[in-house]
Design a protein. Structure first.
Length: 389
Protein backbone atom coordinates (compact mmCIF):
# COMPACT_ATOMS: atom_id res chain seq x y z
CA UNK A 1 0.00 0.00 0.00
CA UNK A 2 1.22 3.52 -0.80
CA UNK A 3 2.26 5.56 2.26
CA UNK A 4 2.39 8.83 0.32
CA UNK A 5 -0.25 10.48 -1.84
CA UNK A 6 -0.98 8.81 -5.18
CA UNK A 7 -1.92 11.88 -7.23
CA UNK A 8 0.34 10.99 -10.16
CA UNK A 9 -1.35 7.58 -10.56
CA UNK A 10 -4.99 8.67 -10.31
CA UNK A 11 -5.61 9.46 -13.98
CA UNK A 12 -4.17 6.13 -15.11
CA UNK A 13 -6.14 4.37 -12.35
CA UNK A 14 -9.37 6.01 -13.49
CA UNK A 15 -8.79 4.83 -17.08
CA UNK A 16 -7.74 1.28 -16.08
CA UNK A 17 -4.17 1.72 -17.33
CA UNK A 18 -2.31 0.46 -14.22
CA UNK A 19 -1.13 -3.06 -13.55
CA UNK A 20 -3.40 -5.13 -11.28
CA UNK A 21 -0.91 -4.90 -8.41
CA UNK A 22 -0.53 -1.14 -8.65
CA UNK A 23 -4.28 -0.65 -9.12
CA UNK A 24 -4.90 -2.59 -5.94
CA UNK A 25 -2.38 -0.45 -4.06
CA UNK A 26 -3.97 2.78 -5.30
CA UNK A 27 -7.46 1.52 -4.44
CA UNK A 28 -6.35 0.56 -0.93
CA UNK A 29 -4.75 3.98 -0.44
CA UNK A 30 -8.00 5.67 -1.45
CA UNK A 31 -9.77 3.91 1.41
CA UNK A 32 -7.86 5.91 4.01
CA UNK A 33 -6.75 9.13 2.29
CA UNK A 34 -9.39 11.85 2.07
CA UNK A 35 -7.18 14.17 0.02
CA UNK A 36 -6.58 11.58 -2.70
CA UNK A 37 -10.26 10.56 -2.70
CA UNK A 38 -11.29 14.14 -3.39
CA UNK A 39 -8.70 14.49 -6.15
CA UNK A 40 -9.88 11.22 -7.68
CA UNK A 41 -13.47 12.48 -7.62
CA UNK A 42 -12.37 15.59 -9.53
CA UNK A 43 -10.66 13.44 -12.16
CA UNK A 44 -13.76 11.27 -12.50
CA UNK A 45 -15.89 14.38 -12.87
CA UNK A 46 -13.63 15.63 -15.67
CA UNK A 47 -13.83 12.29 -17.47
CA UNK A 48 -17.59 12.27 -17.04
CA UNK A 49 -18.00 15.78 -18.45
CA UNK A 50 -15.72 15.01 -21.39
CA UNK A 51 -17.77 11.94 -22.28
CA UNK A 52 -20.97 13.98 -22.24
CA UNK A 53 -19.74 16.51 -24.79
CA UNK A 54 -22.00 16.41 -27.82
CA UNK A 55 -20.19 15.76 -31.12
CA UNK A 56 -20.24 18.86 -33.34
CA UNK A 57 -19.96 18.31 -37.12
CA UNK A 58 -17.67 20.63 -39.04
CA UNK A 59 -19.49 22.98 -41.47
CA UNK A 60 -19.31 22.12 -45.19
CA UNK A 61 -17.57 25.42 -45.95
CA UNK A 62 -14.63 24.33 -43.79
CA UNK A 63 -14.08 21.21 -45.88
CA UNK A 64 -14.11 23.28 -49.09
CA UNK A 65 -11.39 25.52 -47.70
CA UNK A 66 -9.26 22.57 -46.61
CA UNK A 67 -9.57 20.94 -50.03
CA UNK A 68 -8.42 24.12 -51.80
CA UNK A 69 -5.47 24.54 -49.44
CA UNK A 70 -4.36 20.93 -49.72
CA UNK A 71 -4.65 20.92 -53.54
CA UNK A 72 -2.60 24.09 -53.72
CA UNK A 73 0.10 22.59 -51.55
CA UNK A 74 0.12 19.39 -53.67
CA UNK A 75 0.63 21.34 -56.94
CA UNK A 76 3.42 23.43 -55.42
CA UNK A 77 5.13 20.33 -54.08
CA UNK A 78 5.04 18.61 -57.47
CA UNK A 79 6.78 21.58 -59.15
CA UNK A 80 9.76 21.80 -56.81
CA UNK A 81 12.73 19.40 -56.45
CA UNK A 82 12.45 16.78 -53.70
CA UNK A 83 14.62 17.24 -50.59
CA UNK A 84 15.55 20.83 -51.40
CA UNK A 85 15.56 24.02 -49.38
CA UNK A 86 13.19 25.56 -51.90
CA UNK A 87 10.08 24.17 -50.18
CA UNK A 88 10.99 25.62 -46.81
CA UNK A 89 11.95 28.96 -48.32
CA UNK A 90 8.68 29.07 -50.24
CA UNK A 91 6.66 28.36 -47.11
CA UNK A 92 8.50 31.03 -45.16
CA UNK A 93 8.16 33.52 -48.00
CA UNK A 94 4.55 33.23 -49.06
CA UNK A 95 2.96 29.89 -48.24
CA UNK A 96 3.33 30.05 -44.47
CA UNK A 97 -0.05 31.70 -43.67
CA UNK A 98 -1.88 29.09 -45.72
CA UNK A 99 0.11 26.31 -44.05
CA UNK A 100 -0.73 27.62 -40.57
CA UNK A 101 -4.41 27.92 -41.46
CA UNK A 102 -4.53 24.38 -42.81
CA UNK A 103 -2.71 23.03 -39.74
CA UNK A 104 -5.12 24.78 -37.39
CA UNK A 105 -8.10 23.35 -39.24
CA UNK A 106 -6.60 19.86 -39.18
CA UNK A 107 -6.00 20.10 -35.42
CA UNK A 108 -9.62 21.16 -34.97
CA UNK A 109 -10.79 18.20 -37.04
CA UNK A 110 -8.68 15.80 -34.99
CA UNK A 111 -10.16 17.21 -31.79
CA UNK A 112 -13.71 16.87 -33.08
CA UNK A 113 -13.04 13.33 -34.28
CA UNK A 114 -11.52 12.35 -30.93
CA UNK A 115 -14.48 13.76 -29.02
CA UNK A 116 -16.89 11.99 -31.35
CA UNK A 117 -15.09 8.68 -30.87
CA UNK A 118 -15.11 8.83 -27.08
CA UNK A 119 -18.68 10.11 -26.73
CA UNK A 120 -20.38 7.77 -29.16
CA UNK A 121 -20.14 4.80 -26.76
CA UNK A 122 -23.70 3.64 -26.09
CA UNK A 123 -25.08 3.67 -22.56
CA UNK A 124 -25.46 0.06 -21.51
CA UNK A 125 -28.50 -0.97 -19.51
CA UNK A 126 -28.04 -3.30 -16.56
CA UNK A 127 -29.36 -6.83 -16.48
CA UNK A 128 -32.21 -7.54 -14.06
CA UNK A 129 -33.22 -11.01 -12.85
CA UNK A 130 -36.62 -11.74 -11.37
CA UNK A 131 -36.20 -13.73 -8.16
CA UNK A 132 -39.82 -13.87 -7.02
CA UNK A 133 -43.14 -12.63 -8.37
CA UNK A 134 -43.22 -10.14 -11.24
CA UNK A 135 -41.02 -7.07 -10.64
CA UNK A 136 -41.73 -4.11 -12.92
CA UNK A 137 -38.92 -2.65 -15.03
CA UNK A 138 -39.92 0.62 -16.63
CA UNK A 139 -43.59 -0.06 -17.28
CA UNK A 140 -43.47 -3.81 -17.96
CA UNK A 141 -43.38 -6.71 -15.52
CA UNK A 142 -40.66 -9.35 -15.92
CA UNK A 143 -40.66 -12.97 -14.86
CA UNK A 144 -37.14 -14.22 -15.54
CA UNK A 145 -34.97 -11.39 -16.83
CA UNK A 146 -35.00 -7.89 -18.27
CA UNK A 147 -32.91 -4.77 -18.89
CA UNK A 148 -32.93 -1.65 -16.71
CA UNK A 149 -32.01 1.43 -18.76
CA UNK A 150 -30.73 4.74 -17.44
CA UNK A 151 -33.66 6.71 -16.02
CA UNK A 152 -35.93 3.69 -15.60
CA UNK A 153 -37.42 2.46 -12.33
CA UNK A 154 -37.37 -1.06 -10.95
CA UNK A 155 -40.39 -1.56 -8.67
CA UNK A 156 -41.23 -4.58 -6.52
CA UNK A 157 -44.50 -5.21 -4.71
CA UNK A 158 -45.07 -7.25 -1.56
CA UNK A 159 -44.70 -10.52 -3.50
CA UNK A 160 -41.71 -9.80 -5.73
CA UNK A 161 -37.92 -9.59 -5.49
CA UNK A 162 -35.24 -8.91 -8.09
CA UNK A 163 -31.51 -8.76 -8.61
CA UNK A 164 -29.56 -6.15 -10.58
CA UNK A 165 -26.23 -7.26 -12.03
CA UNK A 166 -23.99 -4.21 -11.89
CA UNK A 167 -21.85 -4.80 -14.96
CA UNK A 168 -18.91 -6.97 -13.86
CA UNK A 169 -18.38 -5.32 -10.47
CA UNK A 170 -21.18 -6.76 -8.34
CA UNK A 171 -24.86 -7.38 -7.79
CA UNK A 172 -27.72 -5.77 -5.88
CA UNK A 173 -30.71 -7.70 -4.54
CA UNK A 174 -33.96 -5.75 -4.31
CA UNK A 175 -36.39 -6.67 -1.53
CA UNK A 176 -40.21 -6.48 -1.75
CA UNK A 177 -41.93 -3.07 -1.67
CA UNK A 178 -38.91 -1.25 -3.09
CA UNK A 179 -38.46 1.46 -5.72
CA UNK A 180 -35.01 1.95 -7.25
CA UNK A 181 -33.91 3.90 -10.34
CA UNK A 182 -30.83 3.53 -12.52
CA UNK A 183 -29.20 6.97 -12.60
CA UNK A 184 -26.00 6.16 -14.49
CA UNK A 185 -23.92 3.22 -15.67
CA UNK A 186 -20.54 3.55 -17.34
CA UNK A 187 -16.97 2.39 -16.84
CA UNK A 188 -16.13 4.99 -14.19
CA UNK A 189 -19.45 5.12 -12.33
CA UNK A 190 -22.54 3.03 -11.60
CA UNK A 191 -25.26 4.88 -9.69
CA UNK A 192 -28.67 3.87 -8.36
CA UNK A 193 -31.29 5.93 -6.52
CA UNK A 194 -33.21 4.17 -3.74
CA UNK A 195 -36.48 6.02 -3.16
CA UNK A 196 -38.04 3.54 -0.73
CA UNK A 197 -37.54 -0.02 0.44
CA UNK A 198 -34.44 -2.11 0.96
CA UNK A 199 -31.53 -3.42 -1.09
CA UNK A 200 -28.52 -5.64 -0.44
CA UNK A 201 -25.34 -4.77 -2.38
CA UNK A 202 -22.25 -6.88 -2.95
CA UNK A 203 -19.47 -5.05 -4.78
CA UNK A 204 -15.99 -6.35 -5.60
CA UNK A 205 -14.53 -3.33 -7.39
CA UNK A 206 -12.14 -0.47 -6.64
CA UNK A 207 -13.50 2.25 -4.35
CA UNK A 208 -15.92 4.91 -5.57
CA UNK A 209 -17.31 3.11 -8.61
CA UNK A 210 -20.73 2.26 -7.16
CA UNK A 211 -23.12 4.79 -5.57
CA UNK A 212 -26.63 4.65 -4.16
CA UNK A 213 -28.51 7.91 -3.71
CA UNK A 214 -31.16 8.18 -0.99
CA UNK A 215 -33.33 11.16 0.03
CA UNK A 216 -30.94 11.92 2.91
CA UNK A 217 -27.43 10.85 1.81
CA UNK A 218 -25.37 9.11 -0.85
CA UNK A 219 -23.82 5.72 -0.09
CA UNK A 220 -20.37 5.49 -1.66
CA UNK A 221 -19.01 1.97 -2.03
CA UNK A 222 -15.42 1.40 -0.93
CA UNK A 223 -15.36 -2.31 -1.81
CA UNK A 224 -17.96 -3.99 0.35
CA UNK A 225 -21.26 -5.69 1.09
CA UNK A 226 -24.09 -3.87 2.82
CA UNK A 227 -27.82 -3.47 3.37
CA UNK A 228 -29.45 -0.09 2.80
CA UNK A 229 -33.05 0.75 3.70
CA UNK A 230 -35.14 3.89 3.15
CA UNK A 231 -38.39 4.43 5.06
CA UNK A 232 -41.46 6.46 4.11
CA UNK A 233 -40.00 9.60 5.70
CA UNK A 234 -36.81 9.55 3.62
CA UNK A 235 -34.67 8.33 6.50
CA UNK A 236 -32.10 5.68 5.62
CA UNK A 237 -30.44 2.90 7.59
CA UNK A 238 -27.11 1.39 6.54
CA UNK A 239 -25.66 -1.88 7.84
CA UNK A 240 -22.24 -2.85 6.47
CA UNK A 241 -21.35 -6.55 6.55
CA UNK A 242 -18.03 -6.42 4.68
CA UNK A 243 -15.54 -3.69 3.78
CA UNK A 244 -16.41 -0.01 4.06
CA UNK A 245 -19.15 2.37 2.93
CA UNK A 246 -19.07 6.15 3.06
CA UNK A 247 -22.26 8.13 3.59
CA UNK A 248 -22.08 11.75 2.49
CA UNK A 249 -24.28 14.79 2.03
CA UNK A 250 -23.06 18.34 1.35
CA UNK A 251 -19.64 17.79 2.91
CA UNK A 252 -20.84 15.82 5.94
CA UNK A 253 -19.31 12.34 5.85
CA UNK A 254 -19.49 9.13 7.86
CA UNK A 255 -17.18 6.20 7.14
CA UNK A 256 -18.87 2.94 8.11
CA UNK A 257 -16.82 -0.29 8.39
CA UNK A 258 -17.98 -3.90 8.52
CA UNK A 259 -20.13 -4.65 11.55
CA UNK A 260 -21.26 -1.04 11.95
CA UNK A 261 -24.49 0.84 11.25
CA UNK A 262 -25.36 4.42 10.45
CA UNK A 263 -28.62 6.33 10.16
CA UNK A 264 -29.37 9.40 8.04
CA UNK A 265 -32.04 12.10 8.12
CA UNK A 266 -33.34 14.40 5.36
CA UNK A 267 -31.84 17.87 5.66
CA UNK A 268 -29.16 16.67 8.07
CA UNK A 269 -27.37 13.85 6.29
CA UNK A 270 -25.47 10.97 7.86
CA UNK A 271 -25.35 10.48 11.60
CA UNK A 272 -22.43 9.00 13.51
CA UNK A 273 -21.61 5.32 12.84
CA UNK A 274 -21.75 2.80 15.66
CA UNK A 275 -21.18 -0.94 15.98
CA UNK A 276 -24.14 -3.29 15.96
CA UNK A 277 -23.34 -4.59 19.46
CA UNK A 278 -23.31 -1.12 21.04
CA UNK A 279 -25.61 -0.87 24.11
CA UNK A 280 -29.08 0.57 23.60
CA UNK A 281 -28.37 3.55 25.86
CA UNK A 282 -25.24 4.33 23.84
CA UNK A 283 -27.23 4.31 20.60
CA UNK A 284 -30.04 6.48 21.94
CA UNK A 285 -27.59 9.05 23.29
CA UNK A 286 -25.85 9.14 19.93
CA UNK A 287 -29.14 9.73 18.09
CA UNK A 288 -29.81 12.73 20.32
CA UNK A 289 -26.47 14.29 19.43
CA UNK A 290 -26.91 13.56 15.73
CA UNK A 291 -30.52 14.50 15.13
CA UNK A 292 -31.86 16.54 18.05
CA UNK A 293 -31.07 20.16 18.91
CA UNK A 294 -30.96 20.33 22.69
CA UNK A 295 -28.21 22.91 23.10
CA UNK A 296 -24.72 22.65 24.55
CA UNK A 297 -25.89 21.56 28.02
CA UNK A 298 -27.99 18.71 26.64
CA UNK A 299 -25.10 17.59 24.40
CA UNK A 300 -22.75 17.47 27.38
CA UNK A 301 -25.25 15.35 29.31
CA UNK A 302 -25.77 12.71 26.62
CA UNK A 303 -22.05 12.70 25.89
CA UNK A 304 -21.54 11.43 29.44
CA UNK A 305 -23.48 8.30 28.49
CA UNK A 306 -21.43 7.77 25.33
CA UNK A 307 -18.07 8.26 27.02
CA UNK A 308 -18.96 6.02 29.95
CA UNK A 309 -20.08 3.17 27.68
CA UNK A 310 -17.34 3.47 25.04
CA UNK A 311 -15.14 0.43 24.41
CA UNK A 312 -11.93 0.38 22.42
CA UNK A 313 -13.74 -0.36 19.15
CA UNK A 314 -16.21 2.46 19.86
CA UNK A 315 -13.41 4.88 19.04
CA UNK A 316 -15.03 4.63 15.59
CA UNK A 317 -17.93 6.65 17.02
CA UNK A 318 -15.73 8.95 19.11
CA UNK A 319 -13.45 9.75 16.16
CA UNK A 320 -16.42 10.88 14.07
CA UNK A 321 -17.82 12.94 16.94
CA UNK A 322 -14.61 14.98 17.22
CA UNK A 323 -15.67 17.17 14.30
CA UNK A 324 -19.33 17.34 15.38
CA UNK A 325 -18.95 18.84 18.86
CA UNK A 326 -17.14 21.92 20.11
CA UNK A 327 -14.89 23.18 22.87
CA UNK A 328 -14.99 21.28 26.14
CA UNK A 329 -16.89 18.35 24.61
CA UNK A 330 -14.17 17.80 22.02
CA UNK A 331 -11.54 17.88 24.75
CA UNK A 332 -13.48 15.23 26.68
CA UNK A 333 -13.66 13.06 23.57
CA UNK A 334 -9.92 13.38 23.05
CA UNK A 335 -9.16 12.39 26.64
CA UNK A 336 -11.37 9.30 26.49
CA UNK A 337 -9.98 8.23 23.13
CA UNK A 338 -6.42 8.67 24.41
CA UNK A 339 -7.27 6.35 27.31
CA UNK A 340 -8.60 3.68 24.97
CA UNK A 341 -6.06 3.98 22.13
CA UNK A 342 -3.23 6.49 22.74
CA UNK A 343 -2.56 8.77 19.75
CA UNK A 344 0.47 7.95 17.59
CA UNK A 345 3.59 10.05 17.31
CA UNK A 346 2.85 13.36 15.61
CA UNK A 347 -0.68 13.64 17.01
CA UNK A 348 -1.36 15.92 19.97
CA UNK A 349 -4.34 17.42 21.74
CA UNK A 350 -3.85 20.95 20.37
CA UNK A 351 -3.90 19.66 16.79
CA UNK A 352 -6.97 17.50 17.35
CA UNK A 353 -8.79 20.39 19.04
CA UNK A 354 -8.34 22.47 15.89
CA UNK A 355 -9.26 19.44 13.72
CA UNK A 356 -5.92 19.15 11.96
CA UNK A 357 -6.78 16.72 9.16
CA UNK A 358 -3.35 15.08 9.00
CA UNK A 359 -3.45 14.32 12.72
CA UNK A 360 -6.99 12.99 12.51
CA UNK A 361 -6.00 10.70 9.64
CA UNK A 362 -2.90 9.44 11.47
CA UNK A 363 -4.92 8.61 14.55
CA UNK A 364 -7.62 6.94 12.47
CA UNK A 365 -4.99 4.70 10.89
CA UNK A 366 -3.92 3.55 14.34
CA UNK A 367 -7.53 3.10 15.48
CA UNK A 368 -8.65 0.90 12.57
CA UNK A 369 -7.25 -2.41 13.92
CA UNK A 370 -9.31 -1.87 17.09
CA UNK A 371 -12.42 -1.48 14.96
CA UNK A 372 -11.82 -4.93 13.50
CA UNK A 373 -10.13 -6.59 16.51
CA UNK A 374 -7.14 -7.56 14.36
CA UNK A 375 -3.97 -6.06 12.92
CA UNK A 376 -4.99 -7.06 9.40
CA UNK A 377 -8.80 -7.00 9.19
CA UNK A 378 -10.50 -9.91 7.45
CA UNK A 379 -12.32 -7.53 5.12
CA UNK A 380 -8.97 -6.23 3.86
CA UNK A 381 -7.70 -9.76 3.24
CA UNK A 382 -10.87 -10.64 1.34
CA UNK A 383 -10.73 -7.38 -0.58
CA UNK A 384 -7.13 -8.05 -1.61
CA UNK A 385 -8.05 -11.58 -2.67
CA UNK A 386 -10.79 -10.20 -4.90
CA UNK A 387 -8.22 -8.06 -6.70
CA UNK A 388 -5.82 -10.99 -7.07
CA UNK A 389 -8.56 -13.17 -8.55
Amino acid sequence: MFKKHVSKHLSAYCHGELSPERSRSVAEHLLSCERCRREYDQIKLGVSLAKRLAPVPAPDSMWDGITVLLRGRSVDAARRPEHSWFGLAHIMAGGWPRFVAASAVLILIIGIATTWYYTRQPRVALEVEGLEGAPIVGSAPISKSGRLAVGEWLVTDSDSRARINVSSIGRVEIDPNTRVRLVETRATEHRLALAAGRLHAQIWAPPRLFFVETPSAVAVDLGCAYTLEVDNFGRSYLHVTSGWVMLELRGRESIVPAGALCETRPGIGPGTPFFEDAPEGFRKALAKIDFETGGQEATAEVLNVILAGARKRDTLTLWHLLSRVNGADRARLYDRMAELVPPPEGVNKDGVMRLDQLMLDLWKEKLEPAWFDTEDPSWRKAWRKGWED
